[in-house]
Design a protein around this ligand. Structure first.
Ligand SMILES: C=C(O[C@@H]1C=C(C(=O)O)C=C[C@H]1O)C(=O)O
Length: 118
């Protein structure tokens, strides 16, 4: 290997590592975006009188992700594990059992009628 090859490889290593950081950032952002959607689903289900847990839907979501992994040559077990973990966390958030769940509603005014009580 010449010095020039070594410099090329070192440059490429840095480039790939940068790209990996970008992809990790995108993954984290996607997880947050999914969590926000799940919280909205939670609010809609509450207003429709539906339970938080929908095992049929969860099974379908995991099955689809596993199929996509298989088709894309990605570790299917890994994808199943990750999706189950994300769903479990989402469910906790919907049920308000997670600090990543919906924020507490802001405290209302001490005197919502607007009068000073006089
Ligand atoms: C998001 C929902 O709520 C829960 C969370 C799910 C998920 O994270 O994919 C799926 C089913 C439900 O148990 C839903 O009902 O679609």
């Amino acid at each position: 290997m010449t010095d020039a090859d070594g410099a090329d490889d070192a440059g490429r290593l840095e480039e790939i590592r940068e790209r990996i950081l970008e992809l990790d950032q995108a993954l984290v952002e996607l997880v947050g975006e999914r969590r926000d959607l799940v919280l909205e689903v939670g609010r809609l289900k509450a207003s429709l009188g539906l339970p938080v847990l929908d095992p049929g839907r969860e099974a379908r979501v995991v099955r689809r992700a596993a199929e996509l992994a298989r088709e894309g040559g990605v570790d299917e077990e890994l994808v199943r594990d990750v999706i189950w973990r994300i769903i479990a966390s989402a469910r906790d958030a919907q049920e308000g059992r997670s600090r990543w769940g919906p924020p507490e509603p802001p405290a209302g005014p001490a005197n919502p009628s607007g009068s000073d009580g006089v």
